[in-house]
Ligand binder design. Structure first.
Ligand code: ADP
Ligand code: C5P
Length: 256
């Protein structure tokens, strides 16, 4: 037992562990989610949660839905960043949160398969939400996750997944037509009108904030191994930097 833990136990103080927060940005279909899955699969014995920025898209009004092909989903204003910030504040203080369960076919939140309902009066609201427990590691994944400085301030590590734009477009066409039932002409139109300009104007400029840039995304095993090693090292140190508080969560030092 380290000295800090001993002091904590002796004083019968309660300890709240601060989560290690990782932001993973990159263009559409760059492999962000695949990279996150690979990192998570190597972080055994940790409580890890992946939160996608897509959950925080503003729901479209009926009028916007009628002209959905014109809607710009690649602009910072498309997201409810205030809600994401308040969720991060809660998680940082060890409290669970509810996040919207976004559906790309319907462009809005839908009822998840498993729901947590806290109050009958709020049941309708929470039915569209997924519950996220406090975790040791929080991974935030999204095209514009490094855009807002207040979000970057929550992060202990920032990653930019850098894949070739032709490869990304090919994956995007496949995904949108096969998995999201979209018409290829609409996909190409959206790409040239919003996705490509959004990448150039807002997403690519956030690369400068990254601590690590991963060329070739999930194909880059070496980069992913190095990132996992770094996270493990930092988690070991991180565990020593506890916040002492009078709240209710007690956690012991974990082993990697
Ligand atoms: P993002 O989260 O950046 O949008 P995803 O990880 O969801 O990207 O990947 C988009 C699509 O490309 C998915 O269908 C995924 O399976 C595929 N994909 C991602 N990385 C690779 C890779 N290295 N090789 C082949 N296909 C990949
Ligand atoms: O998974 P990925 O990072 O590609 O998700 C972001 C992309 O999803 C954006 O480029 C945006 O154009 C697209 N999107 C969409 N329809 C929505 C929401 C987002 O095509 N309803």
């Amino acid at each position: 037992m380290d000295s800090q833990m001993a002091a904590t136990t002796d004083d019968a103080q309660m300890v709240l562990k601060v989560p290690f927060v990782i932001g993973v940005a990159g263009g559409t279909a760059s492999g962000k989610t695949t990279v996150c899955d690979m990192i998570i699969s190597q972080l055994q014995n940790q409580r890890v949660v992946l939160i996608s920025q897509e959950a925080f898209y503003h729901p479209l009004t009926a009028e916007q839905l009628e002209k959905v092909h014109e809607h710009n989903f690649d602009h910072p204003d498309a997201f409810n960043t205030e809600l994401l910030l308040s969720c991060m504040e809660e998680l940082k203080h060890g409290r669970g949160i509810n996040i919207p369960n976004y559906d790309f076919k319907l462009h809005r939140s839908v009822e998840p398969a498993r729901v947590v309902i806290y109050s009958s009066s709020l049941a309708k609201y929470f039915k569209l939400m997924l519950h996220v427990n406090p975790s040791d590691v929080i991974i935030l994944d999204g095209i514009l996750i490094l855009h807002d400085p207040r979000l970057r301030d929550f992060m202990n590590m920032k990653i930019f997944v850098d894949s070739d734009s032709d490869v990304r477009l090919a994956r995007r066409i496949r995904r949108d037509t096969v998995e999201r039932n979209r018409n290829i002409l609409n996909v190409l139109d959206q790409y040239s009108k919003h996705v490509k300009p959004g990448f150039e104007d807002f997403i690519h400029p956030t690369k400068k904030y990254a601590d690590v840039i991963i060329p070739r995304g999930a194909d880059n095993d070496v980069a992913i191994d190095l990132i996992v090693q770094h996270i493990r090292t930092k988690l070991g140190q991180h565990d020593l930097c506890k916040i002492y508080s009078n709240v209710f969560v007690i956690q012991s030092t974990f082993q990697i």
